[in-house]
Design a protein around this ligand. Structure first.
Ligand SMILES: [Zn+2]
Length: 182
């Protein structure tokens, strides 16, 4: 039943998303945008979806590449306006990627969908990101909220303990040309 609420392959995400943040670029691979796009909450009954972002720093510069994501799993708590990552499978997947690739991959942050066109983080999101930031301490995290029209990225700065929006990008700009959203 859950599957009928997933947007199966209507559109194809052709382009990677590349955003500039201070002196680094953040690249989000089209393969993971494609996964996130499946879960946008167009249908009124659809629940929030989410998972973790896994990526690596490019050798030679500080550019960040987000290459893997996890998808909703059986033990996650999901409702129309809430996604709570409870399933151990997310971190198990991360460990597997980490171990199979000579430990070059790291945890980047969280992603989840929102049932709104232009995504904004909630009070609960901010608290969750701060909690993760305090646990990780040394590094900044990047979090993605997937809205219906746009996808937004936020940075949690570990030193300043501050959340800053990096961008909000229209899906139309990253979907294959000549295909409409709805
Ligand atoms: Zn949220």
């Amino acid at each position: 039943m859950e599957n009928s609420l997933v947007n199966q392959g209507v559109n194809f995400v052709e382009k990677n998303m590349v955003v500039e943040n201070d002196d680094r670029k953040i690249k989000i691979c089209n393969s993971i945008l494609q996964i996130m796009y499946k879960y946008i909450q167009i249908v009124r009954k659809s629940c929030e979806a989410g998972g973790i972002l896994i990526g690596r720093e490019n050798s030679g510069n500080s550019n960040l590449i987000i290459e893997y994501v996890t998808e909703p799993m059986a033990s996650d708590k999901r409702s129309r306006c809430r996604f709570s990552r409870k399933d151990k499978g997310h971190l198990e997947f991360f460990k597997k990627v980490y171990e199979e690739n000579s430990e070059i991959y790291g945890y980047i942050g969280e992603w989840h969908t929102h049932p709104e066109n232009i995504p904004h983080y909630s009070f609960i999101d901010a608290n969750n990101w701060k909690k993760i930031g305090e646990e990780m301490k040394d590094r900044n995290q990047y979090h993605i909220i997937v809205g219906i029209q746009q996808v937004g990225i936020w940075e949690y700065n570990a030193d300043k303990k501050k959340i800053t929006q990096i961008c909000s990008v229209d899906w139309k700009g990253i979907l294959k040309e000549n295909e409409t959203l709805f």
